[in-house]
Ligand binder design. Sequence first.
Ligand SMILES: [Zn+2]
Length: 266
Amino acid sequence: MKRLLQLVTIAVCVPTLALAVPAAAHADEPVAAVTLEALAAAIAAKTDARVDELLPRIDGVGRRLLALRSYIRSGGHLSERWSWTQERIAAYEGSIEQQELDAEVQRVREAFERSNPGYELFVNPQVRSLDLQLANWNHNESVAAASVRLLQDAVAHLGKAPRDAVPADMLEAFLGSYVPEPVPTVAAPGLSPHGQMRAIDFQVHRGAEIVAGPDTQTIGSTWEQGGWAARLDTAVREASRRFVGPLVSPREPWHYTYTPVAVADQ
Ligand SMILES: [Zn+2]
C-alpha cells in the first residue's frame, strides 16, 4: 500500500510519464491517466514476473490495461498457459510431439482434399512466439478500439472511488470483471494457444490463391456463405479426435484447439 502510494505520487510528479487521454475521456483529469499507468505497473508486478517484464513493451496504457485484464482473469492458470520460451520452441522442432501434431494435421488435410478436389488445406507450422504475439497486440485494430474504450471506462470508474478505496485493488477488481467491446480478435501476448502449439489455424488454398484465410472480415462472405467453415469442420471431425472447435468467441471458423492426447483416451 505504502509502495503503491509512492508509485502514484512519483508518477504524478514526473511529467514524462504523462499519457494523452482520448478526447472523449476526461481531458481535464490528466492525473487519472498517469495514475492508471502506475497502477497498471503495480498490479503487473504482483501478478507474475513474466507479466511485469512484458507490460512495458505493450504500447499505451489502454492496451496495457486490456492485456492486464486477461492476465488477471487467467489467475492460477497463467503459468501453464504462458507461451513457450525460445528454448522450448527449439526443443519442439523435430520432437515426437511435433511429429504427432504434423501427422494429425496431415489426416485432416487428406480428408479435406478428398472431399474438395483442387483445393488444399494449409497450416502455419511455426509456433507463434511471444514477440510476434506482442507485435500483433500492438497493431491489431480490435485491440486498439477496445483499449480506447477500456481506458475511458477505467478513468470514469476510478473517478467514482470512495475516499478510503485502494486504487490498485479497485482497478484490479474492475479489470477482472470488465467485458471489452469490441471483443479483441487476438489473445493477450503470452496467452495465445498458438504460443504452445495448442491451436491450429487452417486455411484453404487453391494453387497460389488463398480461398479462405484467417481474416475476420471474410467470416460471413467466405467461411459461412462460401461454405468453407462447414467443409473444414466436416474434414476435422472425420479425420481427428484431437482437434476441438472451431473457436466460438471471438468467432474464428479456422481456429481449432489441439489436445495432444486423443479425447477418447482421456
Ligand atoms: Zn488461431
